[in-house]
Design a protein around this ligand. Sequence first.
Ligand code: FES
Length: 159
Amino acid sequence: MGGLTDAAVKQINEICERYKDEKTPLMMILSDIQNEYGYIPLEVQEIVSRNTGISVAEIYGVVTFYSFFSLTPKGKYVIGCCLGTACYVKGAQNVIDKFSEILKIKPGETTEDGLFTLDALRCIGACGIAPAVSINGTVYPKMSVSQVPEVIEHYKAAE
Ligand code: FES
């Protein structure tokens, strides 16, 4: 969204307008913006603040507290490695470390080509198939370190 276009500003205003009669509109507004743009940078939070009268500090607090909101653009493929207890005891840390090593990014970061974001997640409700990895909603069961390179290649090959 860098250097917000007039159209983007207009659309953010419209999203805020959509929920103006709600008592607690912030989550709905931020969810719509996140879905529309994929992230919610500070300049957007300022527009939401102007529209709603909610302070930027409070909006920033919400955006940074909930992991489904993002301050920075996410990659085309978002790799979510579950580090919940069940996954952790089955070696999830080694799995995320392998993604990290190959992609050369830490959890929370995005590769320079914008292709991959690596996220560490809490339990995603797939403990029976731990360690679980979710990539854009597709869940990979019983992920092993040795599978990581081929999974990455699979997505690269799709480009
Ligand atoms: S702990 Fe990973 S899916 Fe539950």
